[in-house]
Design a protein around this ligand. Structure first.
Ligand code: FMN
Length: 149
């Protein structure tokens, strides 16, 4: 059985819920999933998994990464994740000019690890609504198809 690790940062719960929905969808696709808060995770943990996923909100006026995920972000590029499939999801607020830029930042960082991008990142305005869940379904489907191809 293949395995996925979802590392998340969440202040008010939106991204945690998105991580949990994503986990359920992976499980429905027959993938074993662990969901871990970023402060308890290390990028080295991904070495034991097939799917490497980050779920992060965006913070600060300039679309910054949350403080608590900065160490994880900076260390990520030092790892060789060749052969693994990565994907990034996140929550933000369309009120801000730099909407959900944490998703873009992590996609760029993952690209340095040699992992293959499994699906386009999913950007969610605050909490996940029906349409977002559909996008997350497509995200998981894309990830699995990429891994199996
Ligand atoms: N969302 C964005 O998309 N871009 C931003 O630049 C941004 N800056 C924020 C700054 C502050 C001070 C706060 C409180 C929120 C900001 N947000 C921004 C919105 C959060 O990312 C959004 O509320 C998100 O749903 C929080 O996720 P969480 O519930 O998992 O903590």
């Amino acid at each position: 059985m293949t395995q996925a690790l979802i590392v998340y940062a969440s202040l008010t719960g939106n991204t945690e819920e998105i991580a949990d929905i994503t986990a359920e969808l992976f499980e429905e696709a027959g993938v074993d999933v662990d969901v871990v808060e970023c402060v308890q995770a290390d990028p080295a943990d991904y070495e034991d998994y097939d799917y490497c996923i980050v779920a992060s909100y965006t913070y600060g006026v300039d679309g910054d990464l949350p403080d608590e995920i900065m160490d994880f972000y900076e260390e990520l590029e030092e790892f060789d994740l060749t052969g693994k499939v990565f994907g990034v999801v996140g929550s933000g607020d369309t009120f801000y000019e730099e909407f959900c830029t944490a998703v873009d930042d992590f996609e760029e960082q993952f690209a340095k690890t040699g992992a293959t991008k499994g699906a386009a990142g999913v950007k969610i305005d605050l909490n996940a609504e029906e349409e977002d869940v559909e996008n997350l379904k497509a995200f998981v489907k894309g990830m699995v198809e990429t891994y199996e191809s």
